[in-house]
Design a protein around this ligand. Structure first.
Ligand SMILES: *Cc1c(COP(=O)(O)O)cnc(C)c1O
Length: 376
């Protein structure tokens, strides 16, 4: 369990992205947080140590990451996990058999799978609701509801939820409210400021931003939840190693700069796509680097995704490099087809993660892929 330093919130966002939770190493003065590649720590005597006993419980490199992300989300406690789904797994362990979850209808496929295919075996029940309309959420509530889990903007349909309204409703009834903020990042959206209890991240994506590690984070302002999440983090042990924490820390230093460029690229490319005759539906929330487009025909979508040269055909998102994906067969293959169709996630839908390359090169790449996608 890691609390942000009292000074951390006095600085602007970009300053905290570089410095929060990180002070020069007291041993050597190293300006960059060292990778404390150790599983254990020497104790001076029985019960006498420097606050570090065993690295599942605490590691100084992980401490720095937890403090940094907690600061950026304007929270007070951060917890790092070995993946975004491990972070969600820790949230679900706050519940007990018999508890009911209202989950966003279009959450990340792996989140859907973890809740529906694993936790229902342990007595949790779930209702999926399209949270664009608060009424849908209200209708899904039951006397057993304990958790509202929401993602906005959603992946890949870019549905946007009014988080303040969801948080108000959760607070009024005492439901736990958890938001997956992976897509927006704290640059564009800070759910804790709107009354949400816990923010979740896959740091694999924009926070790390370089597609070279897998990790997750939870951040809260509530001391009671922090105590329980810290207990679960240590008890279940899905913690990241120090090398991955260090990579995430390094990536986060440029988060504000990178998001500015992802956003600039996303806006320009979305605007350009809007005028393309090949695109039957465009999904763009108005900001950021994620765009989904429907090409209206499965064959055409496949040819398009296989023809790009800069946009790499791969799962994941949020890295400096541009990626192209086919949600129905890749990220969302674990969502039942009927449910995919119901939310508009067709087999001809393509998702773009716009990187920070030259935008003109990205548009030229998509242009030649459109040409290659046309039927012979
Ligand atoms: C990738 C992702 C996750 C899962 O994170 P992992 O690090 O892959 O476990 C959860 N939510 C969203 C929105 C994601 O994009």
């Amino acid at each position: 369990m890691t609390q942000t330093g009292p000074h951390d919130l006095d600085y602007g966002f970009a300053t905290r992205a570089v410095h929060a939770g990180q002070a020069p190493d007291p041993l050597s003065g190293a300006v960059m947080t060292p990778i404390y590649q150790t599983s254990t720590y020497a104790q001076e005597g029985l019960g006498r140590h420097k606050g570090f006993e065993y690295a599942r419980t605490r590691n100084p490199t992980r401490d720095a990451l937890e403090r940094c992300v907690a600061s950026l989300e304007n929270g007070t406690h951060g917890f790092a996990f070995s993946s975004g789904l491990a972070a969600l797994d820790a949230v679900l362990k706050l519940l007990r058999a018999g508890d009911h979850i209202v989950c966003g209808a279009n959450v990340y496929g792996g989140s859907h799978r973890l809740i529906e295919r694993i936790y229902t075996n342990f007595g949790l029940t779930v209702t999926f609701a399209d949270m664009r309309e608060i009424g849908n959420l209200e209708r899904a509530l039951t006397p057993a509801t304990r958790l509202i889990f929401c993602e906005t903007p959603t992946n890949p349909m870019m549905h946007v939820t009014d988080l303040a309204a969801v948080a108000d409703l959760a607070q009024a009834h005492g439901y736990l409210c958890v938001v997956d903020n992976t897509f927006a990042t704290p640059v564009f959206q800070r759910p804790l400021e709107l009354g949400v209890d816990v923010v979740l991240h896959s740091t694999t994506k924009y926070l790390n931003g370089h597609s070279d590690m897998v990790g997750g984070m939870l951040v809260t302002r509530r001391d009671d939840l922090a105590e329980r999440l810290g207990f679960i983090q240590n008890a279940a042990g899905a913690v990241p190693g120090p090398m991955d924490c260090w990579l995430a820390l390094r990536g986060i230093k440029t988060l504000p700069l990178r998001m500015r460029q992802h956003d600039a690229a996303g806006r320009r490319i979305a605007e350009w796509l809007r005028g393309r005759p090949e695109v039957t539906q465009l999904y763009y929330p108005g900001f950021g680097g994620m765009i989904s487009l429907d090409l209206g025909d499965v064959g055409r979508a496949r040819r398009f995704a296989e023809a790009t040269r800069i946009f790499t055909l791969a799962e994941s998102l949020g890295g400096v490099e541009s990626l192209i994906g086919h949600p129905a067969s890749m990220t969302h293959a674990s969502v039942p087809p009927a449910q995919r169709q119901a939310m508009g996630l067709t087999d001809s839908l393509i998702r773009l993660s716009c990187g920070i390359e030259e935008v003109d090169d990205l548009m030229a790449d998509l242009d030649q892929a459109f040409a290659a996608s046309l039927p012979d």
